[in-house]
Ligand binder design. Structure first.
Ligand code: SF4
Length: 326
């Protein structure tokens, strides 16, 4: 029987989890992954070079642009073309990820600068000796093609507070989407899903959020069309969340939610909240400061709709992601 873990699962370069699989026989354990994220996510370790049978330790590899323009992976000392073996291992891995066992798969954290795993700015050596710096690992090309909506990051970029939050917003959002599908999709659940995410989406792209709302709220939609609408909804939902949530959009979202506080809220408390939102706009306090006060007031005096907004808690509070975002 199909089961659904309560935790999102991300596939991770095995060396980042402390596995001794690198070319030099070592690892590059990443503490944010193993000490912080491990409390909230399940990991699926993967190492394409080990899966290709290269062993550890092994000669290092690099990407080379052949004279016909194709991308090759070349093992150093002795030089040997390793492209086919690595490509086969990547293909097997991606098929495995797409299988039922990986049903909760919600994203990828990969080793930066690796010619196999690195997602961004990988060195590609030209046949003419020129060096390109805009490549991606073989595994990454395959993951992007097979899982276009899922977020991919490397451990270096996750040191940036904004990129870190953006990645985890998408991981947890995709997990909620999968759980909604697993619980049984119908027009009502799709509308409720969108309603709960409305302010979170608004903080990323307000106009696109309104367009997405029109898709789920079509008055002429027939029940049988809900599967097609969900297929259209999912990529657009994830694309909106991949856009940066600017400080200005956060301010707009906070003010919008503050408008859902009841008239009985004392003017002094309302004033304090708006002062904190303004201080966030100025960059004097972190995003968590006005969000925490808003959460507190909404619990006492807010509408049901506003309290249900996942903008207030899009990822586990214990990660304190917004405590460092200005
Ligand atoms: S970067 Fe990728 S291929 Fe290299 S050791 Fe880590 S998991 Fe293996």
């Amino acid at each position: 029987m199909e089961t659904h873990s309560d935790r999102p699962k991300i596939a991770v370069s095995a060396c980042l989890l402390g596995r001794e699989v690198r070319f030099d026989g070592g690892h590059t354990r990443d503490r944010f992954l193993t000490d912080a994220l491990a409390l909230h996510l399940d990991f699926l370790p993967m190492c394409p070079e080990m899966e290709a049978g290269f062993g550890s330790p092994r000669p290092s590899i690099r990407q080379v642009r052949a004279t016909d323009g194709s991308l090759r992976v070349v093992s150093q000392r002795p030089e040997a073309d390793a492209t086919d073996a690595l490509a086969s291992a990547v293909e097997r891995r991606v098929e495995g990820l797409a299988s039922e066992a990986a049903v909760n798969l919600c994203g990828f954290v990969l080793k930066k600068d690796s010619p196999s795993c690195g997602p961004f700015r990988i060195r590609v050596h030209g046949a003419d000796g020129r060096l390109e710096r805009d490549g991606a690992g073989l595994l990454v090309h395959a993951l992007r093609a097979r899982f276009p909506h899922l977020p991919i990051e490397d451990e270096g970029r996750l040191n940036d507070a904004g990129l870190r939050e953006s990645f985890l917003i998408r991981v947890f959002a995709w997990h909620r989407w999968q759980r909604m599908l697993a619980s049984g999709l119908d027009r009502r659940t799709l509308r409720e899903f969108h309603a709960a995410h409305k302010m979170l989406l608004h903080a990323h792209a307000p106009a696109r959020t309104r367009a997405l709302g029109r898709l789920v709220a079509r008055p002429d939609a027939r029940p049988a069309e809900v599967d097609a609408d969900a297929r259209a909804y999912a990529p657009a939902f994830m694309e909106i969340l991949s856009r940066p949530a600017t400080r200005g959009r956060h301010v707009d979202t906070l003010q919008h939610l503050a408008g859902h506080l009841g008239d009985e809220m004392p003017a002094t408390e309302r004033g304090e909240l708006h002062t904190l939102i303004e201080e966030y706009r100025q960059g004097w306090v972190t995003l968590e400061t006005p969000v925490a006060l808003l959460r507190h007031h909404l619990r006492r005096l807010g509408t049901v709709w506003a309290n249900a907004q996942l903008y207030l808690d899009p990822h586990p509070r214990a990660l304190a992601l917004r405590s460092v975002i200005r």
